[in-house]
Design a protein around this ligand. Structure first.
Ligand SMILES: NC(=O)c1ccc[n+]([C@@H]2O[C@H](COP(=O)([O-])OP(=O)(O)OC[C@H]3O[C@@H](n4cnc5c(N)ncnc54)[C@H](O)[C@@H]3O)[C@@H](O)[C@H]2O)c1
Length: 439
């Protein structure tokens, strides 16, 4: 018997439309993955919603259903994708250019991928300095652009017959900007849209359009979009979930695995130097100092929060943390990350850890995109609005309530995610206490 009343969750009936600003490497790897999975040409490796299980009740009960059988998620077969990009390439052409997937696979998926053509983008080069492209909306105020995105969304829904929608940003990283007066209230923000205030970014225009239509919004990049009062207010008014930001896929994923382990053994840290070489379009955009600053800020916070200098001054008071990303075209999407970690143990004796992660950026990110959109749709059907902190698991700089610090420890994040699912379905939360086995 469930311990508590389950949360009312509307069924996942009909198609789920996934709207993606930015149809580059991550998006096309995600879309091609969906099509490959539908045709049994590949498996959704890396996806918690597709392959994960969840333990329920006591260990003696032996109940560990698949997550997708435990909560009512949309199925991969029911997902339809639409997107915007500043380039005119359809999803097939963009996937070929991104160079992540083998041509032998892409050829088999050419028909469904070619059918996805990017809608005209809302773009402002002030926010992505290294790119420019032809497929952009006609000039107009920022409010005009928001209305145009709303029209795109309505037309997409009509065209595809999707019964529900969710939006996820897979566009380039915008330059670092801080909250300003225009972000203070919804009224200020709408006034800023009318006046085309220079502090309103393209990503904020997409997010505004989505939220106005009651569509959940997740941010896969590190720049500020919805983490400001005006759009939080809109999400609350419209009862829409929000999540972000910056997919935790590669080096920061490793960092949030290792750092909680060091801390659990009370090993000290003198320094952590992380560097990457990356040759895709994302790497090119991040070669601009403004965009890199967004990434640097989001990548830097994990260690601070996990290690808690103020609680462990003997171990972490003075650690030095440096993060670099070097644009190196020959590598394409196959990123190489190095971490040098200077730690110390008993009586202060120094040691080192070296990590050399030869990864594939978009292969790591695509399953996160799938999980996030499925969980955002679930949250929407469960009536959960505003920041979905239980999805911190997926992000380098998780959105959080102002009165709490963000949780970065990946093991706590996973426990939080699974306990949220248990809570939704009225199951006991798992504390791992386990005294009852020894009574
Ligand atoms: N791959 C990963 O592991 C990973 C991890 C964390 C975050 N991210 C972030 O995800 C995003 C996508 O990464 P990617 O590798 O696919 O990059 P990408 O450069 O291949 O694709 C981004 C696309 O967005 C388009 N774009 C830029 N501004 C736009 C706008 N205003 N409207 C519509 N389209 C726009 C670009 O033309 C480009 O095609 C980046 O911001 C990246 O930093 C990726």
């Amino acid at each position: 018997m469930p311990a508590k009343q389950p949360v009312q969750i509307a069924p996942a009936e009909g198609k789920l439309g996934v709207l993606v600003p930015g149809m580059g490497a991550v998006t096309t790897t995600f879309i091609a993955g969906l099509e490959a999975i539908k045709r049994n040409l590949g498996k959704p490796i890396g996806s918690l919603t597709q392959l994960g299980t969840i333990r329920l009740g006591k260990r003696t009960e032996g109940r560990s259903p698949a997550i997708q059988d435990f909560v009512p998620l949309a199925s991969v077969e029911d997902i339809v994708v639409g997107g915007w990009d500043i380039f005119e390439d359809d999803a097939y052409e963009a996937a070929v250019k991104a160079g992540v997937l083998e041509m032998s696979l892409l050829e088999q998926l050419k028909k469904p991928l070619s059918a996805i053509k990017p809608m005209k983008a809302v773009f402002d080069q002030q926010f992505v300095k290294r790119l420019d492209g032809p497929n952009i909306k006609a000039s107009g105020s920022k409010m005009d652009h928001a209305e145009m995105v709303m029209d795109d969304i309505r037309q997409f829904q009509q065209r595809t017959g999707a019964s529900r929608l969710t939006m996820i940003w897979c566009g380039s990283t915008e330059v670092f900007r801080e909250e300003s007066a225009v972000h203070a209230t919804l009224k200020d923000f709408e006034c800023g849209l009318q006046k085309s205030d220079p502090e309103v970014s393209p990503s904020q225009i997409y997010a505004y359009a989505a939220l106005k239509l009651g569509v959940p919004y997740a941010n896969g990049a590190p720049h500020m979009t919805t983490d400001m009062p005006a759009l939080l207010e809109l999400a609350r008014n419209m009862n829409v979930p929000l999540a972000g930001k910056d997919y935790k896929s590669g080096q920061t994923f490793m960092k949030t695995l290792i750092a909680p382990g060091l801390k659990s053994r009370l090993l000290g840290l003198n320094g952590w130097f992380s560097t990457n070489i990356l040759g895709n379009r994302d790497g090119e955009v991040l070669d601009d100092p403004g965009s890199f600053r967004s990434k640097e800020v989001s990548k830097s916070s994990a260690l601070e929060y996990i290690l808690q200098r103020h609680l462990y001054p003997d171990l972490y008071r003075d650690f030095y943390h440096k993060v670099r990303i070097e644009y190196y075209p020959p590598r394409g999407d196959a990123k190489e990350g190095w971490d040098n970690i200077d730690i110390f143990g008993w009586l202060g004796y120094p040691m080192q850890i070296k990590i050399n992660f030869l990864c594939r950026d978009s292969i790591l990110a695509a399953p996160l995109v799938l999980d996030i959109v499925l969980f955002m749709d679930l949250a929407q059907r469960a009536g959960m609005r505003g920041i979905q902190e239980w999805l911190s698991f997926y992000f380098k700089a998780p959105m959080h309530a102002p009165e709490v610090y963000p949780e970065h420890d990946i093991f706590i994040q996973l426990m939080k995610l699974k306990n949220t699912l248990r809570w939704m379905q009225g199951e006991d939360l798992i504390t791992h206490l386990g005294q009852e086995y020894y009574d």
